[in-house]
Design a protein around this ligand. Sequence first.
Ligand SMILES: Cc1cc2nc3c(=O)[nH]c(=O)nc-3n(C[C@H](O)[C@H](O)[C@H](O)COP(=O)(O)O)c2cc1C
Ligand code: SF4
Length: 447
Amino acid sequence: MTTTFLATPPAWPVILLGRTKAIAAEPWDLDAAVRAGAFEGLKAAVRTGATGTIAEVGASGLRGRGGAGHPTGDKWRAAASNPADQRYVIANGYGADPATQIDSALLAADPWSVIEGLVIAAFAVGASEAYLIVRGDDTELVSRLEAAVADAEEAGFSGDDVAGSGHRVDVIVRGLQGSYMLGEETVLIRALEGRRAAPDQRPPYPTERGLWDRPTVVNNVVTLAAVPWILTHGAQAFAAIGTRDAPGTALVQLRGPGGAGIAEVPLGASLADITSLVGGAGAHTLKALVVGGPTGGFLPATALDTPYTFAAIRDAGAHVGSGSIVIADERACIVDLARLLTRFSADQACGKSIPCRIGLRRLSEIADRATEGTTRSGDAQLADDLAHDIAASALCDHERTATLALSSVLRYFRSELDDHLLRSTCPAGVCTPIAVAGGAASRGASA
Ligand SMILES: Cc1cc2nc3c(=O)[nH]c(=O)nc-3n(C[C@H](O)[C@H](O)[C@H](O)COP(=O)(O)O)c2cc1C
Ligand code: SF4
């Protein structure tokens, strides 16, 4: 599948995709990448030393792009400071959201930024083994990455003596195939160990007890791709981009009636500016943004001035999640979309904890009834209670985010939900056999 990178305003900084134009003709050619600046960050890290590299990444304020926004420097420091005979770093490029291709698109456009960031992380925390995880069904990507890693080793950027540092870092590419939950870090770790995979209770965090019970850093591939830039340009240059609490840039995948594609955006840019990259709702009226992928939340048009940062998006009722933003226009039924997302979340729950396993199934059934016109009295209150209780008893982050779809509908689209639950009408005319409010049905939905 080809994914388009969107043009962004000239004033917007470019960090993650900075080299992609220069190497577009030959993205898998190491020499071309080196001519365009690849592995300069690794050399800077080696000059700075392991402790200095962690300090630099910490000072940059880089937060994980895998969804939760955990400070990367803290993670590296924790892993490095836990005594161990071995440590590991895992680049999480699993890309669990089936509708989002950010990780694979970045890896295909500039694999070197991820490989370099992974080697820098391993060097910094004292890990001699580093894993690069991608989806196993993308066999072409797996074999191209294996060849790229071999080229990097041949050139001395990994292997026995990383960039003349005397440190050993072996990079191993693994294609893994499984459910949505496999993207969660503790599941990923168990899968790498060849064990049956379900999320582990944390703490202990992987930085204390991870792969084969050794301190392990798990970072998203986009997080790691920012690291070489930080080492080359300095922590302060990175911290000056974005916001104080969320510096740097992120990759977002946009889909709407006007267009689709992946864009690099400075954190803190407004949702209005970001969605305008694909023309907003185009000729239609924007109704909601589905922010965060299948476990994301629905934000109304009045939230368009929300800055795209981990905290602001969470406070608004969604999460950064997979980096997906879908533009839903007036033809979409938000209750129906929430039903689809809630069913996805219920289907993906691994079943280890009862509030998630049973609660999400009940929520999904309430959403089914709402769209089928078979609502029971008390469904609205039950949905409210369940959404709260499931999130409050979270064993893993899935439980915290899987209820966002319905809880954001309760927060912003209550009247549309009540139309379904109390009046058996679907204002958008999407749900049948529910009556259509105010006339003819229009089944089109952009999301
Ligand atoms: C259900 C679920 C699925 C996840 N899928 C992914 C994924 O596909 N890729 C990813 O990087 N992180 C995913 N995460 C987050 C990871 O557990 C972990 O926080 C992340 O890889 C850490 O990297 P970061 O600190 O660079 O963000 C998922 C979390 C959950 C709860
Ligand atoms: S919260 Fe849900 S997905 Fe997470 S471990 Fe429990 S049952 Fe599995």
